[in-house]
Design a protein around this ligand. Structure first.
Ligand SMILES: Cc1cc2nc3c(=O)[nH]c(=O)nc-3n(C[C@H](O)[C@H](O)[C@H](O)COP(=O)(O)OP(=O)(O)OC[C@H]3O[C@@H](n4cnc5c(N)ncnc54)[C@H](O)[C@@H]3O)c2cc1C
Length: 408
């Protein structure tokens, strides 16, 4: 049998997360081998063409708010020149009244300067966004085709090797070198450092290391609706993205005069079935009414024209799991991106690269990665107490962190 190829750095998973990390490492002058079970990049959750990005502005979860601000700036630095910069409007919750001074003070407390987030009353929002309801306008909010972005990140590069159609089922350490094995038990490659960016597929890989992480699937379906040009819905369609209870993109008018509008999404906890459901479309029709504040809208006039179904990977505390796995030196994890694939993959690329290369911590501090934020993302929050010896199991499904409201 021929000796397996050796790589300094292997990334398992070629979705948006693995692709962004691999590109960051390439940009730092490193060679990287990316391995994916599928035959090309972005075939799983990152086949999603309609993902949005904006900093979170809700109340509570201060750590989540700081992280999403930081991640948004990193994502903007990576994709800002090419993503769809239509802006995102965040409507005031239906049970709250709009108070401009209060909202402005809250935004200031989050370090969201006026060029990122501004409060709008219903009249202003109608003129800026085409929706008559108060809220916060994120002019730099945008959407990104994750599939296209992943493929671009993994486009030809001298330092990049891609192994497609290769499922890794087990990791084993022999004298400081990681052996990555397939389901026949054959060593596919060996590596010094391995990044696990395989979404739910990270779970069995971690199990093979004798550890457990509390990862859960959450199915989601987005709907694309078509709307006839004479329909009253046309007067309600937004010119911008909206993110509230669900989210939608700006409606687009086709050459045939028909409007197409992407609205989502269902959030089916614990499910991983990719078959489209009529009930999910109906759920999205109801969300559509709420998003554009059109309670009387006849949902029958939102005609089904397509959908995207994906399975998010989420952790017990709804934050991503990003960082070095100190219990198994040389292993790094970037998973549980939940519904924030754009933000968390941009953040994971910086954090994993700095930890893996052990040379960029000053830059991380300058970017705003305070140590409590790094700790909030670290795999160790689920593994404290795990013994360093292979075979030790950490059964904690709850994170070990100072308590704080969990993030969805
Ligand atoms: C309905 C819906 C709406 C969403 N909306 C948004 C949004 O508006 N904004 C946003 O930012 N995000 C959004 N997301 C989330 C976003 O799509 C995901 O967070 C992101 O795509 C996850 O990327 P990933 O690279 O972690 O995982 P994936 O894209 O799932 O990639 C994992 C890869 O690992 C590979 N793999 C797995 N196991 C193995 C193995 N053992 N060996 C080799 N390869 C393996 C798989 O083949 C796959 O290619 C949404 C998701 C859904 C479902």
């Amino acid at each position: 049998m021929t000796k397996p190829n050796h790589h300094d750095i292997v990334v398992i998973g070629a979705g948006i997360c693995g692709a962004t990390i691999a590109r960051e490492l390439l940009e730092c002058g490193k060679s990287v081998c990316v391995i994916d079970a599928a035959n090309s990049a972005a075939t799983a959750c990152s086949s999603h063409a309609y993902a949005i990005a904006h900093p979170h502005i809700g109340k509570g979860s201060p750590r989540l708010l700081r992280l999403t601000r930081l991640a948004f700036l990193l994502a903007e630095a990576r994709w800002g020149k090419t993503w769809n910069a239509h802006g995102i409007f965040l409507p005031t919750k239906k049970d709250r009244t709009f108070n401009r001074d209060e909202v402005s003070a809250h935004l200031r407390s989050l370090n969201l300067e006026k060029d990122i987030a501004i409060p709008l009353d219903a009249k202003e929002a109608s003129s800026v966004c085409g929706v008559e309801q108060s809220g916060v306008w994120i002019a730099r909010g945008a959407s990104l085709d994750l599939s296209q972005a992943s493929k671009e990140l993994l486009s030809n590069h001298d330092g990049l090797t891609c192994l497609w159609g290769t499922q890794i089922t087990c990791l084993e350490n022999v004298e400081g070198i990681w052996r990555l094995k397939d389901n026949q038990g054959h060593v596919v490659v060996t590596a010094k450092k391995v990044v696990l960016a395989a979404a739910m597929g990270t779970k069995p890989l971690i199990n093979s290391l004798g550890l457990r992480l509390p990862l859960r699937p959450v199915r989601g379906q987005l709907s694309i609706f078509s709307i006839n040009p004479q329909d009253h819905w046309v007067t309600k369609l937004p010119r911008v993205g909206i993110s509230g209870d669900g989210y939608c993109l700006p409606a687009l008018k086709g050459n045939d005069g028909i409007y197409r509008w992407m609205v989502g999404s269902s959030f089916d906890e614990g499910e991983d079935d990719l078959v489209p459901r009529l009930t999910s479309d109906d759920f999205n029709r109801e969300q559509a009414k709420g998003l554009v504040n059109y309670a009387d809208g006849n949902v029958k006039h939102l005609h089904h024209d397509g959908e995207f179904v994906g399975v998010r990977c989420v952790a017990g505390d709804r934050l991503p799991i990003i960082g070095a796995l100190n219990q198994r030196p040389g292993i790094f994890i970037a998973t549980a991106l939940g519904s924030r694939g754009i933000l968390w993959s941009a953040l994971a690329a910086k954090l994993i690269t700095a930890q893996l290369l052990e040379d960029d911590f000053a830059l991380l501090a300058r970017l705003g990665f305070a140590s409590d934020l790094v700790a909030a993302l670290a795999p160790a929050r689920f593994l404290a107490g795990a013994l360093a010896a292979p075979g030790a199991l950490a059964s904690n499904s709850k994170p070990i962190l100072p308590s704080e409201p969990s993030a969805r």
